[in-house]
Write a protein that binds this ligand. Structure first.
Ligand SMILES: Cc1cc2nc3c(=O)[nH]c(=O)nc-3n(C[C@H](O)[C@H](O)[C@H](O)COP(=O)(O)OP(=O)(O)OC[C@H]3O[C@@H](n4cnc5c(N)ncnc54)[C@H](O)[C@@H]3O)c2cc1C
Ligand SMILES: *[C@@H]1O[C@H](CO)[C@@H](O)[C@H](O)[C@H]1NC(C)=O
Ligand SMILES: *[C@@H]1O[C@H](CO)[C@@H](O)[C@H](O)[C@H]1NC(C)=O
Ligand SMILES: *[C@@H]1O[C@H](CO)[C@@H](O)[C@H](O)[C@H]1NC(C)=O
Ligand SMILES: *[C@@H]1O[C@H](CO)[C@@H](O)[C@H](O)[C@H]1NC(C)=O
Ligand SMILES: *[C@@H]1O[C@H](CO)[C@@H](O)[C@H](O)[C@H]1NC(C)=O
Length: 496
């Protein structure tokens, strides 16, 4: 070997081998960043000053550990980022606005994260009243655009900074969903860039749209999505609180069942939202209609609750405009161009849904309330509530979308929140054990069901696939094998 050849050989060896000898992750990071830089896509790695900001996640319990974060500005940049990930054999996570309670926007350690922050374009089609939003759009500015410019609304979640793609892919639940459906129901199409850079528009009737409606993070980068919009439900709202007073869990469970009966008997209007608090047993929500209609809808409920607790106390506030109600629902960030800020906590969320066919029994309701009551640690505090679902889900079948939510009646959610942003090492086991008796009695009626956005990140594949997708899971697996055959988008906890 001539000296110059030897030199070249060493240089190649150093480039290709030396970093892997030092550390697997940093070698991938260098390869990825070199590739992204030559494709003119801005990216950062762990040694960059902005890394803490670039990997900021709402969920503090799980520390994001990607190899690199890419910041594409154009579709071509996204294609380049996908190409770099494929060539380096790393998986891709798409980051919307970072609110996932399970840290799914960053996914497993070692991913290339594609941050969609630059994709916030909005457009509205007058002929169809459909709204198209970019893959990095968040709730506040988008809802405000549709409201201010077109006097219309689309159902969204209760957080102004939350990402629209993420919250819609996860089902989504907000205060107008009983009458207008959930965000995923209202998706009309999703513009995906697949693993190989091909762009497809998943439209009505397509397998891919069906799959996106509950499992959308599995198939590609959503460059944009299109949703139905609606006339404002009512220009104003009644914000109310319905307290049952200081009662034990026997009375509180009976109160919950009285509310359930009111809903099952068809007395709860679709235009009302109701959230029952597990900490003080008060219900609160918004009614989108005239005060007199609210009063007459609530009258039979108040009557039946009075027989359980004479201290029942219904209070209401009239909100003069729909937009002020939106701000009351989703926060002052609704009026900010950025939608507000990320925030965060160290937490574990668990959730369960029930259906009209299998409403809560008294035993089940009491097990949930009693479970919550046993939370007694200083290093973990609880928050918990049960949203009344019902409404138009009565017209939805489990097989209509990937996320099985036909005929849902309740959405129960409990969070353990680590004090001071710190999560104790035994916290997951503790929180799961506290609600085990409830789960055990719940599954005597029907197989357990859950909600994608609030799924317990610690469930096994068998558990989450049946709770979220039920019989739809087999079809989802087929679609996944066609659309993402190399599992490029499988680096996260709900990978199909
Ligand atoms: C303060 C707060 C309030 C909330 N309120 C509600 C509520 O009222 N109702 C409710 O249902 N949920 C609620 N959520 C949950 C929230 O809807 C979900 O966590 C949602 O997934 C967050 O989306 P994101 O883009 O902000 O998060 P991210 O962590 O960025 O993304 C979440 C998931 O979506 C994927 N994703 C995001 N954008 C894209 C894209 N462009 N292409 C492909 N995949 C993408 C990510 O890969 C990830 O799997 C709330 C969360 C928070 C933190
Ligand atoms: C991190 O973000 C904050 C606020 O979003 C900003 O003030 C700060 O300059 C950022 N830091 C770096 C190093 O980019
Ligand atoms: C990936 O590798 C192929 C084959 O070597 C190459 O043609 C392509 O340009 C690479 N992609 C990127 C984004 O660098
Ligand atoms: C009813 O609730 C309101 C608002 O929470 C409170 O101000 C009022 O004191 C309560 N009334 C009774 C009788 O408990
Ligand atoms: C907390 O609850 C657990 C189980 O519910 C119980 O065993 C324990 O004694 C309680 N601890 C305190 C300090 O009350
Ligand atoms: C990209 O992948 C999709 C899905 O597997 C396939 O249909 C399409 O033909 C591929 N595009 C190219 C350019 O190979």
């Amino acid at each position: 070997m001539a000296p110059s050849e030897l030199y070249q050989h060493c240089l190649l060896a150093m480039l290709c081998l030396a970093p892997t000898l030092v550390h697997g992750q940093s070698s991938k990071a260098d390869i990825i960043q070199t590739c992204l830089t030559s494709a003119n896509v801005h990216s950062t790695i762990s040694t960059d000053e902005s890394w803490a900001n670039d990997t900021a996640s709402f969920q503090f319990r799980l520390q994001p550990q990607p190899v690199s974060v890419a910041f594409p500005e154009t579709k071509e940049d996204v294609a380049s980022a996908l190409g770099c990930a494929r060539n380096a054999s790393v998986k891709v996570s798409v980051l919307g606005r970072g609110h996932s309670f399970q840290g799914y926007g960053f996914g497993n350690p070692g991913n290339l994260v594609i941050d969609m922050g630059a994709f916030i374009e909005l457009s509205f089609d007058d002929s169809t009243n459909q709204l198209t939003f970019g893959g990095g759009s968040n709730v506040g500015p988008t809802a405000k655009y549709v409201h201010d410019k077109f006097r219309r609304h689309f159902p969204h979640v209760r957080g102004s900074h939350v990402g629209l793609i993420g919250s819609s892919f996860g089902g989504g639940y907000g205060t107008t969903c009983r009458s207008l459906g959930i965000p995923s129901d209202n998706l009309v199409s999703v513009e995906y860039m697949l693993y190989n850079g091909t762009i497809v528009n998943a439209g009505p009737g397509s397998d891919l749209l069906w799959a996106a409606q509950g499992a959308g993070s599995n198939f590609g980068v959503a460059l944009s999505a299109t949703t139905k919009t609606f006339e404002l439900p009512y220009n104003g709202a009644v914000s109310y609180s319905l307290a049952v007073g200081e009662v034990d869990t026997d009375a509180a469970s009976a109160a919950l069942l009285a509310i359930q009966k009111w809903a099952l008997d068809g007395q709860a209007p679709d235009s009302i939202s109701l959230r029952f608090s597990l900490s003080n047993f008060a219900s609160a929500g918004f009614f989108y209609g005239p005060e007199a209609e609210f009063d007459s809808a609530m009258a039979p409920l108040v009557d039946s609750l009075q027989t359980i607790s004479p201290a029942i106390n219904l209070t209401k506030t009239i909100i003069p405009t729909f937009w002020e109600a939106e701000v009351a629902v989703a926060g002052s960030g609704m009026n900010l161009p950025t939608g507000g800020t990320l925030g965060g906590r160290a937490s574990l969320v668990q959730s369960w849904t029930t259906t009209n066919q299998h409403p809560f029994t008294l035993t089940q309701a009491k097990a949930l309330l009693d479970g919550y009551r046993t939370l007694n640690r200083t290093d973990i505090t609880g928050t918990g509530f049960i949203d009344l679902w019902g409404g138009v889900s009565r017209d939805i079948a489990d097989s209509d979308h990937a996320f099985a939510h036909g005929n849902n009646l309740w959405l129960a959610r409990v969070d353990g929140v680590g004090a001071g942003g710190v999560w104790p090492s035994d916290g997951v086991a503790y929180m799961q054990n506290v609600f085990k008796p409830f789960e055990d009695t719940l599954k005597t009626s029907a197989p357990l069901r859950s909600f994608v956005n609030y799924v317990n990140s610690e469930l096994s594949v068998k558990e989450w696939s049946s709770r979220l997708y039920g019989a739809n899971y087999a079809r989802l697996r087929k679609i996944k094998s066609v659309v993402d055959p190399t599992d490029l988008f499988s680096g996260f906890g709900l990978a199909i």
